[in-house]
Design a protein around this ligand. Structure first.
Ligand code: HSE
Length: 411
């Protein structure tokens, strides 16, 4: 019997306890031993729980219990998760977490401690919820040099954009529906401002390129400025708007990483990932494109990934699985201004198209039904984003009001 502790009994934590209980026989068959939940840490009371006798409010009960070999951290946030996880690893306990904020902020340090202590620190559930992505990247695709990763990494924003595209809902209306259905947090800022997707692409980039990428180094835009007009222009251009997290390896070895809404061509596999689902494309130099699709959030999908990591830790109590990246200083990341992209522009004024042609050179005008008077939209050719910003300023100075700009995803 292997004793484990679970820190946090919220949505994911209760799902982990549920799967460890309901799938006991299945897990025994895979591991050859029983996984026993010895402690559950939570400040709240759960008198009705069948595991009510295992609850504690005191972290010392876990850290001082030598029988506990694996600790699950599903509290979320950095305080006190970071301190607790560090102390568990230093105490020689393997740790499994679903906490993307923790891994994105402190992954390199925690992996180094795990290496030092010869224990495991696993975080499959931190990206893509129930979709296997960390293990496939670190094991199945290990023979590849990764050229690019691009994904729809946030279920809440994908649900909102899908409702805008398919049902013509306004952003606010779609956000309220997402909250009612339990997809969006009550405070949805981390989702709609892109920070959640940013943490996830940082984890994937760190894993793929071997150096920690901190969220602060990544240009991040959310979806709050996307309007139904933009959605319609995208449709007229043969695209859908998706919030994309993307990292690409450049020829000089540096990486181009971004989180932003993008026009995704209808022919791209990512264009059909709808509602609360996530999709992640990994382009390996040997495999070509490999696409992962599934539920990126939710109680049981996420808990399924956590439990798989618990089983893996239990199978490797004496050996450390090789999962590691070094600390990073951001010097391997190009600036947003250097990043090359074509841009969609929606603008208002007189003679916008001829002015835009003078400034940007060749452009593609987008025609759509019901365009308001004086408004037009076009797509530029590819150029460094810094050059686009300078040219957009020239267009503004010519008396044109720029209503919105969105990247064209090369996907
Ligand atoms: N808020 C996240 C999402 C939950 O919407 O994808 C899973 O990380």
């Amino acid at each position: 019997m292997i004793s484990v502790a679970i820190m946090g009994h919220g949505v994911v934590g209760s799902g982990v306890a549920e799967i460890l209980t309901t799938h006991k026989k299945k897990l025994f068959a895979s591991l050859g031993e029983e996984i026993y939940i010895k402690h559950i840490l939570d400040l709240r009371e759960f008198p009705e729980s069948p595991l009510a006798d295992r609850f504690t409010k005191d972290f010392d009960d876990i850290i001082n219990d030598l029988e506990v070999r694996v600790v699950v951290e599903v509290m979320g946030g950095l305080k006190p998760a970071y301190d607790y996880v560090k102390r568990c690893l230093k105490a020689g306990k393997s740790v499994v977490t679903s906490n993307k904020e923790l891994v994105a902020a402190h992954g390199a340090e925690l992996l180094a401690i795990a290496k030092e202590e010869n224990v495991n620190f696993l975080f499959e559930a931190s990206v893509g919820g129930g979709i296997p992505i960390i293990r496939p990247m670190s094991q199945c695709l290990v023979a590849n040099i990764v050229d690019e990763i691009a994904g729809i990494l946030n279920g809440t924003t994908n649900f909102i954009l899908t409702k805008m595209i398919e049902d013509g809902m306004q952003f606010e209306e779609a956000l309220t529906l997402a909250q009612e259905l339990g997809f969006a947090e009550r405070n949805p800022a981390a989702d709609i401002e892109g920070h959640d997707a940013c943490r996830k692409i940082c984890i994937l980039a760190s894993l793929a390129f071997g150096k920690h990428v901190y969220p602060e180094s990544v240009h991040t835009e959310g979806i709050t400025k996307i309007t139904l007009d933009d959605v319609k222009y995208a449709e007229a251009f043969g695209c859908v708007i998706k919030l994309i997290g993307k990292v690409k390896r450049l020829e000089d070895g540096r990486i181009d990483i971004i989180v932003a809404p993008m026009f995704v061509p209808n022919k791209s596999q990512l264009s059909n990932i709808d509602n609360e689902f996530n999709g992640i494309m990994v382009r390996g130099d040997c495999t070509g494109d490999v696409v992962f699709y599934g539920k990126g959030a939710g109680k049981l999908p996420t808990a399924s990934a956590v439990v798989a990591d618990v089983v893996d830790c239990c199978k490797h109590l004496k050996t450390r699985k090789f999962l590691y990246w070094a600390d990073g200083n951001g010097k391997n990341i190009i600036s947003t201004e250097q990043s090359v992209t074509a841009m969609y522009v929606r603008a208002k004024g007189s003679d916008v198209i001829s002015k835009a042609e003078n400034i940007f050179g060749e452009i593609s005008k987008i025609e759509k039904d019901g365009t308001p008077d004086n408004e037009t939209a076009f797509v530029t050719k590819e150029m460094p984003y810094g050059e686009f910003l300078e040219k957009a300023d020239l267009l503004k100075n010519s008396g044109t009001e720029i209503l919105s700009t969105i990247r064209i995803g090369d996907l």
